[in-house]
Ligand binder design. Structure first.
Ligand SMILES: Cc1ncc(C[n+]2csc(CCOP(=O)(O)OP(=O)(O)O)c2C)c(N)n1
Length: 620
């Protein structure tokens, strides 16, 4: 056998024998393990779709046929099978290949994905355009059972059932989201999986058909007959059929020949069809199969023992949040935690363990999470919605309508705010200060250390209205009782140092960069003041105006896009004042920031302390 990088994919797949494909699957697993151990990435989901990806690329003719990957974190095998194996050394790095499908990267990547559950809509749009243009190709959408907990998938299914444009929907059911999957749909799929009478019948029919060249409609017709006979006894008619889709499955997602048969058969139909494929997340490596949540997305690891290479010395922002929420919940039984399928990621494990009845994983459903929290708040509870900044974008309307308009005490704990590094464009949380600050009734805060985060969480109870607390990915700087001054969280900014003609006004993570810039300026003989704004909305206007007295230059710093962010709030504040100092704003530009190392990206885009100091020295 050749090395993975020596094949000509996808062409070679069409000429390989089945025995060779089985060996290829193992080679791909080995390759994934090696490469991801060096770069980090999404491992378990990709190990689970090796045979599925091989069968898809064997049966369909990409890029003529369009293969879409929902979320796209499981597209590594697709990337290998479309000629990108030798680029895996730079997976998820600046100028390297993305960890998600990306149109700019390959003609085989149909759309840039990263957020869950939207692929069916896109697939149906492509299929409809194909039909209107009298073109002929297949549209195949691979969507996980986790992604099927997201509401927009049902909007597409509903619309697609009446539109009838042919899409082959491959439902990849591994019973896992990142954590074990939740909800009624999961239970429904589970019941289908264990309808063993039907599965046995299906196997017998397949065996009798195999070797007779009875591909295509033959298989499906026989399956339908068998199922009709069993329907009222052991087989539950599934939701897809009730909506008007052809449904076939469950299919063994690790059996290339069975998958091939079903995909060939799906090709022969001329209507939308759902093929329900059952896979094992982490397939092939026992430790990963058993801990697929941990190996869903991981940093570089030791390939021998699969342990992470980098031991984090400190505690993450998510953990500070989760631990403190658990503590608060012990004192206040009104407190509840809501997450949209990111229980561990947002630090809620301890909360779930201690107060399971007040911890809600609602599935990949940020909109529903927000409305649900509004309902809890209407009944006197104090919900904390723990959510990544990038995914909260989904719930914009619910935050406005269900929370802010009613002035309800829902607290959004906005994790992974700002730049997130190697997940890149689709996952950066660089917009939240902008999209939250313009909502009436909303208080927007950004802590710069653990104590501020905990105090802000307490302060939300006092405020008794909509609040957002945003904090970044990674390690949380600790408040130092011996060194740092303590100023209660009460709407005021905190003045870290005073002096000179320059004011550095920063918020959240950027406060540390402002302090660095201040130190560099002092070393270079330029005295300055540094303010930690803490509140983006409402701004502590009086405090900031006082700090700006006698200054010739204000420099704002934030880990958010400049457009509509903290800096623009400061601009508006000073626009109305006489003798306003000159103001420059430092933050992310009006661009999607690519994957890379966060520190390097901050340097490149001028968001770090050194760059800020250099810029100020040029001006002064
Ligand atoms: C809107 C949104 N919310 C949350 C996430 C984070 N997320 C990434 S993958 C994933 C689980 C997806 O499960 P599934 O579709 O079953 O794919 P699997 O990893 O099991 O193959 C989640 C919650 C996301 N990508 N998009």
């Amino acid at each position: 056998m050749k090395e993975i990088t020596e094949y000509r994919f996808p062409e070679d797949l069409h000429t390989m024998k089945e025995s060779e494909l089985t060996v290829l699957a193992e080679q791909i697993r080995e390759f994934l393990l090696r490469r991801v151990s060096r770069t980090g990435g999404h491992l378990a989901s990709n190990l689970g779709v090796v045979e599925l990806s091989i069968a898809l690329h064997r049966v369909f003719d990409s890029p003529k046929d369009r293969i879409l990957w929902d979320v796209g974190h499981q597209s590594y095998v697709h990337k290998i099978l479309t000629g990108r194996a030798d680029e895996f050394d730079k997976l998820r790095q600046y100028n390297g290949i993305s960890g998600f499908p990306k149109r700019g990267e390959s003609e085989h990547d149909v759309y840039d994905s990263g957020h869950s559950s939207d692929s069916l809509s896109v697939a149906m749009g492509i299929a409809k355009a194909r039909d209107l243009n009298n073109e002929s190709f297949e549209v195949i959408d691979v969507i996980g059972d986790g992604a099927m907990t997201g509401g927009v998938a049902y909007e597409a299914l509903n619309n697609g059932a009446s539109m009838k444009a042919k899409v082959i929907i491959v439902l990849n059911d591994n019973q896992m989201s990142i954590s074990p999957n939740v909800g009624g749909m999961t239970q429904h799929l589970g019941r289908i999986r264990v309808s063993t009478g039907y599965i046995e019948m299906k196997k017998k029919i397949q065996e009798s058909l195999r070797g007779k060249g009875a591909f295509g409609e033959g298989i499906f017709k026989s399956l339908e007959k068998a199922r009709d006979a069993l329907k009222y006894t052991i087989f539950e008619k599934c939701i897809f059929e009730n909506l008007g889709y052809k449904y076939y499955g469950p299919v063994d997602g690790h059996n290339i020949s069975e998958l091939t048969e079903f995909f060939e058969a799906a090709k022969s139909l001329d209507e939308p069809v759902v093929i329900h494929v059952v896979t094992k997340k982490g397939k092939g490596i026992k430790k990963i199969e058993d801990n697929s949540d941990i190996y869903h997305g991981i940093g570089p690891f030791n390939i021998e023992n699969l342990r992470p290479l980098k031991k984090s010395e400190g505690i993450s922002w998510s953990a500070v949040f989760g631990n403190y929420l658990t503590e608060m919940s012990g004192r206040d039984c009104r407190i509840a935690a809501v997450t949209a399928a990111m229980l561990s990621g947002t630090g809620l494990d301890s909360m779930k363990e201690k107060y399971p009845e007040r911890t809600f994983d609602v599935g990949i459903a940020e909109q529903h999470a927000t409305g649900f929290a509004a309902g809890l708040a209407l009944q006197g509870m104090r919900p904390f919605v723990a959510v990544y900044s990038t995914f909260l974008q989904r719930a914009y309307d619910e935050i406005v309508m269900d929370v802010c308009l009613q002035n309800l005490p829902v607290v959004f704990c906005v994790d992974r705010a700002g730049n997130v590094g190697s997940d890149g464009e689709t996952h950066n949380g660089q917009f939240d200060l902008s999209y939250l600050s313009h909502m009436p009734n909303m208080t927007v805060m950004a802590p710069s250390n653990d104590r501020e985060l905990m105090d802000m969480m307490e302060y939300t109870l006092e405020l008794n209205g909509p609040c957002a607390i945003r904090y970044p990915r990674g390690e949380c700087p600790m408040w130092d009782a011996g060194k740092d001054e303590y100023l209660p969280i009460d709407g005021r900014c905190s003045v870290i140092r005073e002096g000179g003609k320059v004011l550095l006004a920063a918020v959240g993570k950027a406060v540390h960069e402002a302090v660095k810039a201040g130190n560099i300026l002092t070393e270079n003989g330029i005295d300055c003041s540094v303010v930690n704004a803490r509140f983006v909305k409402p701004l502590d206007e009086a405090g900031i105006i006082r700090a700006a007295e006698g200054k010739v230059l204000i420099v704002t710093m934030e880990d958010n896009v400049l457009c509509g962010g903290f800096g623009s709030m400061i601009n508006s504040l000073f626009a109305g004042l006489k003798n306003s100092p000159e103001i420059i704003n430092i933050g992310w530009p009006d661009e999607f920031i690519p994957a890379g190392n966060t520190e390097e990206l901050m340097r490149k885009y001028g968001l770090d302390g050194e760059s800020a100091a250099e810029r100020i020295m040029e001006i002064i």
